[in-house]
Design a protein around this ligand. Structure first.
Ligand code: NAP
Ligand code: GDD
Length: 324
């Protein structure tokens, strides 16, 4: 029988890759989108445009228990991938209340809806390396204690605990994917990798003269989004639910990302990048580096795209867009 998957946050970067992966595997793919997206598909559904006729979209929002409950009741999914969130860490410092309320309540509402209306449904929660924050060890693994450094990180720790508790208390097949940063040419414009690749393309096309960035010394463990969506899928194909770190195990600074991106376009980053103190965060996460031994062993997962491949892929895509 055809399996049904429900994706919250289907309009985002990961939703776009995951829905393609699940369609390829023969799933019936349903997604929850904010009503405004249905009214403005041209802009808000751009990542889904090529597959819009193959998926089913339902209006709903993380703020409304009733809306999530009714979609779960209607679809009765076999698998639910809960990706929706206010996901921009910087913004979470500006509006900590909405990030915390939306992210925590949204996760609680969807878990409760599944418990009540589709208790056999396998559930994936998009947890984050941002939960490690002020890291207690390097690299970080499933047993590393959390010390979140942003309202966003706090909301993800709560979502992680809710997911684990629904597993332990109510027997749901509920998994946490502790994913480190993953990027692509479908990444949102505000995240630093896409800001850089897009900035490079604009400069190359003569549309801009400089790129203003914040903390160039911050280190991240960057992988490719499509690889990470495969790990999400694999978690829900196991015999028992569990939590997994998904990462490359390699870290690079923002400076290194910028240097390579500009070089790939034949430019010297030093001629264009300006440091802007206003873009620094009130509390920074300095050294995220993941140890995904467990995912490699149990899920038989490993990243296929390395740092250099990722940077080049993103810059090439933005250069192409700038020319179009
Ligand atoms: P993204 O591109 O920012 O997508 C976020 C999605 O959440 C969008 O579809 C957005 O819909 C939806 N959303 C936000 N607020 C909502 C609300 N109130 N009601 C309904 N939908 C709402 O994020 P992503 O990079 O794909 O990441 C997916 C998930 O993984 C997020 O939970 C993120 O926190 C987590 N995560 C990401 C990474 C990473 O490096 N990418 C790493 C670890 C964890 P709209 O289009 O309507 O705004
Ligand atoms: N966004 C941004 N813009 N970040 C900058 C800039 C800039 O101009 N300059 C330097 N940075 C630094 C930030 O201070 C941070 O240390 C690093 O670049 C990465 O920032 P983002 O790309 O915004 O991502 P993030 O690591 O904060 O969060 C992403 O990854 C998390 C997983 O660790 C998001 O996708 C989260 O949703 C995700 O959970």
């Amino acid at each position: 029988m055809t399996k049904k998957a429900l994706i919250t946050g289907i309009t985002g970067q990961d939703g776009a890759y995951l829905s393609r992966l699940l369609l390829d595997k023969g799933y019936e793919v349903h997604g929850i989108v904010r009503r405004v997206a249905l009214e403005d598909p041209e802009h808000r559904l751009w990542r889904l445009r090529p597959i819009l006729d193959k998926i089913v979209l339902h209006p709903g929002s993380l703020e409304s228990y009733a809306s999530l409950f009714s979609v779960v009741e209607k679809v009765k999914p076999d698998e639910c991938y809960h990706l929706a969130a206010q996901s921009f860490v910087s913004y979470s410092f500006e509006d900590e209340f909405s990030t915390i309320n939306t992210n925590i309540n949204g996760t609680h509402y969807i878990l409760s809806s599944i418990k009540n209306k589709a208790p056999e449904c396998k559930f994936y929660f998009a947890a984050s390396s941002e939960m490690f924050g002020q890291v207690k060890e390097v690299p970080q693994k499933e047993t590393t204690p959390f010390h979140p450094r942003s309202p966003y990180g706090i909301s993800k720790v709560a979502g992680f605990d809710l997911t684990r508790n629904y597993r332990e208390a109510y027997g749901l097949f509920a998994c946490n994917g502790i994913l480190f940063n993953h990027e692509s040419s479908m990444r949102g414009y505000e995240f630093v990798t896409r800001k850089i690749s897009r900035g490079v393309a604009k400069i190359k096309a003569g549309l801009s003269k400089e790129l203003r960035l914040g903390n160039l010394d911050a280190k991240r463990d960057w992988g490719f989004a499509a690889d990470y969506c495969e790990a999400m899928y694999l978690m829900l194909q196991q015999d028992k639910p569990d939590d997994y770190v998904v990462a490359t195990g390699q870290t690079h600074t923002v400076r290194e990302f910028a240097e390579l991106a500009f070089k790939h376009a034949g430019l010297n980053w030093k001629d264009y990048v300006k440091t802007d103190e206003t873009l620094f965060r009130p509390a920074e996460v300095h050294e995220l580096k993941g140890d995904c031994t467990k995912a490699r062993k149990v899920l038989k997962w490993k990243p296929k795209v390395d740092f250099e491949g990722l940077v080049k892929m993103m810059v090439d895509a933005d250069l192409k867009r700038a020319k179009a």
